[in-house]
Every structure is written in structure tokens, then in C-alpha cells.
Design a protein around this ligand. Sequence first.
Ligand code: GAL
Length: 430
Amino acid sequence: MRRRWMSAVAVTVAGVLSLSACGGGGDQKGTGDGQAAAKKQVEVFSWWTGPGEADGLKAMREIFEKQNPGLTFFDAAVAGGSGDKARALLSSKLQANQPPDTFQGHAGAELQGYIKAGKLEPLNSLYDELKLKDVFPQQLVDQLTYEGNVYSVPVNIHRSNVLWFNPQVLKEAGVAGPPKTIEEFVTALEAVKKTGKIPLSIGSEWTAVHLMESVLLGSLGTDAYNALWAKGADWSGPAVTKALESFKTILSYAGPPQDDWQPASKQVADGAAAFNIMGDWAYGYFHNPPDGGLGKKSKEDFDWAASPGTDGTFMWLSDSFTLPKGAPNRDGAMAWLKVAASKEGQDAFNPKKGSIPARKDADKSLYTDYLEWDLGQWASDKLAGSIQHGVVANDAWKTAITEAVGLFLQSKDAAKLQQALVEAAQTNNQ
Ligand code: GAL
């Protein structure tokens, strides 16, 4: 098997105690009469509040409620794409021993952090009971496993390295099709700039990290990108310098930063911008009917390709749900995990979420249009792990990378960015 899954890295969960709790069902669980009702409540913590992604959660919730009439789903989602805000609050809740009943965590380094910090219960018996090791790819289960115990239930596979584009805007700019290399990308961005449209849309700070991971992969190539996460890897070489200079050039074509990924993606769908590099949750948002998505037509209003230079490689991430130690409603959490693990749950969730199922036995006929392409790429591509979405860098390392990119967005100094990334790797990848 030529696939290469990144080895997960240890971390302790960083504490962010200054945030106030919000939306936490745990805080609302009362005493006396309230307790009986609260017993039935299942607090599900995620960051799927926004257009597009909330549709996926809703679809899975409906199945949960149908199958568990005695339980109440409590949506403890914290707004903010990619979950940076949610994870900060979660961290403070876990430190205060006030966990939700279950929370969303990314497979790989991020999840390993929670495990090593002793925050999660193993789910071996659930895996045995539902024979889950037979239905999830072995390499994915490896990313959820520590010292022989498996700790979460993956609901999906997302692709990070997608170039979304507006075919009409490309046409107006005389750009024949999606750029295949970083160099072609820069040429296309320049052509769009001349039309007065936004060449590249961008959202809040995390979307710049998301963009950077695609540019690193596209510029370095898959093997060199994957090697960055091996112990002792050197980030100071000329190939990284070149990649970061390209990142700087590409960013110079970005429009005004939007509040989050949705408004940035929307600029492409609306024809205000030509390109956006974003994960495939953007597909759910573009495609879903207008009550949750934009109801746009694929290939007309929006189109997609592998992000420049990354064709043949799937930069992956996976959302999973956990059982925190001390979950107030453990049985309720197990009921949620069973739905999340099920074929029915995954086939309801993923077509809406814009992701493909983690289960190998899902109903392929439900995955059409972009998602059909996605399934095909997943089956044949090489793999690389996402930085922003928890696969390759532990929490402390990712925080250092985010800070470095944040400073770079101000200074535009690629050499300083590289130096900060070198130090981040030296400090955190041991
Ligand atoms: C990712 C997450 C996705 C999607 C995205 C944007 O971290 O894995 O499911 O929610 O953030 O919010």
C-alpha cells in the first residue's frame, strides 16, 4: 500500500482558561427535578454552526432523535470555522473537569493530544460490539489509537486541498481552466486582477494557514511535505523558502479578509472572486438548498480542481466524536457515538456536510457531483495530512504555526515566517 498516513504526535491539551463558557449543556444541568430531565440530555460539542456544515449535523441529529426518543440532543456547538474558538473553550472545560458528553476532535495529532492528556475513555468495546474495525480503513483507525486502545469514532473524510473557482470569472479573465501548478496559479491570479475582480478570496486567520498547507504541498511535492512532520525534520532549506515565497506572492492577490470561510467562499460562488482554496465543506455550502446552503449549480456557478501542484495527492482530515472521561450522560454519549458510527448516520451526514464517509460500506450512489470525484480521488491518491485540521502537528506546534502565519500576515516577511516555522518545528517536534 503506497498510502502514507502521518504518524500522530503527542501533546498535552493547552489550557485556555480565560474564555467564558457558552452553550454548554453541562452548565445547565441542575439538581432535583431538573436532574431527571438533564440526565436525558446529550451535550454534543462541535463547531458546526455555520451555513453548510450545520446541515450535516442536523441530518445526523434527526436520526439520533428518531432512534432515541428518550434522549434530548443538546447542541453545544461554538461558532467559528475550523474550531479554533471551540477548541479553546473545550480545553478550559476539560481542565475544569466539566466535559460535554461527547465532542468533535480531528483524527491524528489533535486527538492524540486529548488521549495523552488522559481526557478520553477508550472505545474498544464499542468497536468490538459494532465490528467497527471491519468498516473503517485500518490506517484511519491507527490515527485514533494509542497503546492498543481506540478512542474515537470517525464520521467522515474531508479533503483540504481543493481549488474552488468561478468558471465565468476565469472566462472573463481569459484563463482557460484551473491552474495546475503554482506558477500557473500566479499567472491566472494576475490575469483576474486585470479584470478588477478579486483574484483570491480569503477568510479569517485560520484560512491563511489552510492556504499555506496547500501551497507547501503544491510547491514541495508530497514526499517532501510529508517529510516535514518526521522527527528532526529541517524546515530551513531552500525548498521551504521557495514555497513560502510563493505563499507570499499568492497572498498578495487576496481580497479583503472575510470574517470566516463562508463569506470568502461565497465571493467565488457570487462571481465577485475567481478562486478560493478551502476544504470540501465548501461544497456542502455551495450545493445545499438555500435554507442552509447557497443552492448554487456545480460547474456553472462554481467548479473545483486539486489545488495547484497537488493533483494526485489527497490532503486529508477526519472529524471524529469522542467519549470524554466523566461525561455526565455516558449512556447518551454512547447512543450518539452509535449513530455517528452507523452507515445510516454517515450516509445522512456526509452528503450534506460535503465530505465522504469514513465507513467503507457506505451507499456510493448518494455521493454524486463533487463528492463522486472526491471518493474517486480518495481511492487512488497519495495521502498527506492537514496542518490546520489537526492531522500532522500537535496542538502546541499548530499554535506556533498559527502565530507565525498571523505575524506574517502583518509583516509579509517570508524569511521571518520561515525562521518562525523552523523554531516551531524544533520546539515541538521531538
Ligand atoms: C474543519 C472541520 C470541518 C469543517 C471545517 C470548517 O476543521 O474538520 O468539518 O467544519 O473545519 O469549519
